[in-house]
Structure formats: structure tokens, C-alpha cells
Design a binder for this molecule. Sequence first.
Ligand SMILES: [Zn+2]
Length: 259
Amino acid sequence: MPATPDDLFQQHLEHLKDALPDASSISLAAVLRFISLAEQIKNDIILVQLGNYNLSFPPNHLSPAIIKFLVASCNISEVDVPIYWSILKVAIWTSTSFSMPNTHCRSNLVVDSDAIYPPHQTCLTAGCLNHKKLMETSQRPAILYTLSRGPIATYSLGLYCDACHMSFHNAYYVNYGVVKHDRMRTYYGNVPSILHVGGHQYVEVDLACLWRMQSVLAWYVILMRHLPHICRKSFVCPTYNAKYISTVHPFERLSVSHN
Ligand SMILES: [Zn+2]
């Protein structure tokens, strides 16, 4: 019988108790936060790895900036972070062992759980001979409009492949191998969870859907408020067929022709 997520989590806790020099320092909240945050900053963890790093497996070591970020975010000591990582890294990397609620955190260490990355850190061009992790990165400040937390200051990253001259972004790629006026954005095949709406502004799709619904409702309210006035006007127009207007759906009345 396969182990349940609860069993796996319990096993990891037991391993942590055995490995940490002071087992009494373990806090369940800190462990949960460590797993949740590390899952969300996987792109930051990958970004600083060497070009020959295999993205399928978790790296053995974390960068100093990532360690400091986790220390500050999870309230654990700096010497304990490598121990937490060595025991939890496989579960974090596969993201299948536990179901963690999203936790968001930011610091002044250029690590941000809201940072906007391309979907992959390897080249997506068919036939490109570069199979290594992309190493040329561009980064710029961005504002991310979210449904649950409002506007957030973060940054967006682009990755460049020097073999095929493609620049990859969160929702599209650009071919820099052609002359400037022929360059255009080619969007990936599916709707991204974050939309780039212009300049440094990004919007979560869930928020865009809410705006769309609010816009439709606003138009409906305006229409219903002014509909009696519009219909009253239409009845005094001698070229209207009043009998027809009184039987059609209210929305259809507006499109009745004067002919
Ligand atoms: Zn390439």
C-alpha cells in the first residue's frame, strides 16, 4: 500500500529530528513554510545553477542568497537550512508529496516568490542544439496585479539562447536572429496564468476574468437603467412598428431598424 502524503510528511519530520543538532528547535509552521516557499522559488534556485545542471533533479546546494531568504522567511538558523534542504528537496522538487497552501514572501535579497519567469529555463526552439540551461538573463522591475493581494512590486525575467538567438519571456518569445523590424512576439500555445498587458505591467488571468465580469455587469446595469427611456423614445417614432417592439426581447429592441 503506497504511503499517504501524511505518512510521507511524518517520515520527513522524523528525519529532520534525527538530523538537526537541536530537535526541540523544529517548528511545524517553519517546516510547512520552508516547503511552500522553496516550491515557489524553484526558478530562483535554478537560475543560479551552472549551465550543465539537470533541471529534473534538485540541486545539492542552495546559493547564499536563497539560504538567507529562507532563514529570514522561516525563522530557522542558517546552519539548519542545508539540513532542511537535504531532507526535503526531493519532495519539494516533485511537488507531489504534499499539498501546501501558497505562501508569499519577499526580501531585499533579489529572491521573490512572485517573480515572473519564462515557463522553462531551457531553450524551447525545435531543433536548437543548445540543451543546457539558459545562462543569459535580463531582469527588470514589474508590477503584478493580483486577485487576492492587489498590486505587487516584483520583477520579470527573460532568458536568451545564444545558439538560436531566441529570447524567452513569461508568455511569448522573440527571435533576435532576424532584423529588428521583422521581430515579433510569438505566444506559447496556451493561455498563461499571468498576462503581460504593457510595459512593466502584468495581470493575473483570474483578475482579468473578474474585470471582464464587472465590465459586463456594468454595461448591463447601464442598459437596464436607460432602457425605459430608449423604448419610450422608440414608441413616439412614427417609422417604428410598435407592435413588434413590444413583443421582442429588451436587448433586441435596441437593434430594430428605422427602415
Ligand atoms: Zn536555442
